[in-house]
Design a protein around this ligand. Structure first.
Ligand code: SF4
Length: 441
């Protein structure tokens, strides 16, 4: 059985041969970049997922440990200089904070999604789309790893003023009592599956009572299957987790584990296969999602393999996301055209059962915007886009068009096609002031 190790010091969780696989440059990069983009891993990832024979090019290593290219050169050099000068801790901390703030720590206007209950601002809830509420239980605001592309990295990098979290299940329940339009609640983080079973039960059980009959689906966003499948197998309270899942299903709710898998290798171990089996045996479903990441999974074959494996194991491919405009985005990003090409080349290789997947999709301030493709209309090359989800539900599924831009990696770099001044939804979006955007007409 593997053991989860929560220490941050490299030598504490690598064996001597593993340490020796790292060049001195790699160790130095981990030290420098890790100051800004903290890292965390465990011995399941280290011993069972990383290929130490080719660690320089290993995608799982890159997902778990900082690399030089993850910081812009000027930021890297600034931290390196301070460390070389053995600067005071406060001086280093100040520089680190300054760099972090330059990395767009709260992309897609997430702060606009925070609702109020009367006068109380509910810092641990986001309510962007009418039917779905996101809940950030404070005990679940850490993760099995700290992915450097993560749009939630302020959750675990000590930037407390930017953190979404709350402990009070009561406030969540009060909010849901008055929002009968909500059918889905997503427990998110960080990773809610770092919480112990008793805490998770305390949040979930009240939702199973008749007064919350409008809640049809409980979703849990988690990386645990990929990075700590023992959560469902051999942790001290694994059986309690499984019983809780059974209880949710027996209460007539859909329970969906939204599993984050970035690479087919994460689906290859006996532990993950057994964990998936155990979750599915409760009647829960597993839906899978990942961003498309340069240096990690930017090949159609990898996605096709991942979706096929997921379906073979009983999971439902759900989303291919475009890497968010935050953190180490420049290291992972790909032009939108390339994202679409990778998606379609993967999609056409797989059977209909895998084609439940949607993407490539950008989770932008206005909503989830899918790149449907590139076309030429009356001599103008354009991107065809649509909302999979919109702050205003009326925007959903309406195709719209942007000028083709071969370099664009995010929606804010696009302009409307055909000489239009604005995209069709922008005027409404500008009116948005409070966190109930779906109510505006
Ligand atoms: S929330 Fe997801 S993307 Fe972010 S660090 Fe955790 S596992 Fe990685």
């Amino acid at each position: 059985m593997s053991k989860q190790i929560k220490t941050y010091a490299l030598h504490n969780y690598l064996t001597i041969p593993q340490m020796e696989s790292l060049s001195e440059e790699m160790k130095k990069d981990i030290e420098i970049v890790g100051r800004v983009l903290p890292f965390k891993t465990n011995n399941y990832v280290v011993d069972e997922l990383i290929n130490w024979d080719d660690v320089e090019h290993d995608p799982i290593f890159t997902l778990n440990f900082p690399r030089m290219g993850m910081l812009e050169k000027k930021h890297y050099l600034a931290v390196e200089k301070l460390l070389d000068q053995q600067a005071e801790k406060e001086v280093i901390d100040r520089k680190v904070r300054e760099i972090r703030l330059a990395l767009n720590p709260n992309p897609a206007g997430q702060e606009h999604n925070v609702p109020y209950l009367g006068e109380i601002k509910l810092k641990g809830i986001q309510h962007k789309y009418p039917e779905t509420v996101l809940f950030f239980p404070s005990q679940g605001q850490t993760c099995h790893a700290f992915c450097t592309f993560c749009f939630r990295w302020p959750q675990f990098s000590g930037m407390s003023e930017l953190k979404f979290a709350m402990k009070e299940a009561d406030l969540l329940l009060k909010y849901l009592r008055v929002h009968k339009e909500v059918t889905d609640i997503l427990f998110t983080g960080g990773d809610p599956m770092v919480m112990n079973a008793a805490t998770l039960q305390a949040y979930i059980r009240p939702l199973l009572t008749p007064e919350f009959s409008h809640i049809h689906s409980i979703r849990i966003g988690t990386k645990s299957l990929a990075y700590w499948p023992y959560r469902y197998l051999t942790d001290a309270d694994s059986d309690d987790i499984i019983s809780l899942f059974e209880e949710v299903v027996a209460a007539g709710k859909n329970l969906s584990v939204q599993a984050h898998f970035n690479h087919p290798r994460e689906l290859s171990t006996d532990a993950v296969k057994q964990a998936i089996k155990r979750i599915l045996s409760t009647g829960a479903q597993i839906r899978t999602q990942s961003p498309l990441l340069r240096n990690i999974n930017d090949k159609p074959e990898l996605w096709a393999e991942m979706w096929r494996k997921q379906v073979d194991l009983g999971c439902i491919p759900y989303y291919m996301f475009i890497a968010r405009d935050t953190g180490a985005k420049h290291y992972f990003e790909l032009p939108l055209d390339r994202c679409w090409q990778i998606f379609r080349r993967a999609y056409r290789q797989v059977s209909g059962l895998c084609r439940t997947v949607r993407g490539p999709s950008m989770s932008d301030n206005a909503g989830k915007i899918q790149v449907l493709g590139v076309q030429e209309v009356r001599g103008e090359k354009i991107f065809v886009l649509r909302f999979i989800q919109g702050r205003n539900p009326k925007w959903v599924d309406v195709p719209f068009f942007a000028e083709y831009n071969p370099k664009a990696t995010w929606f804010d770099q696009l302009k409307p096609a055909f000489g239009d001044e604005r995209f069709f939804f922008e005027e409404q979006l500008l009116k948005l002031k409070v966190a109930k955007p779906f109510l505006f007409e």
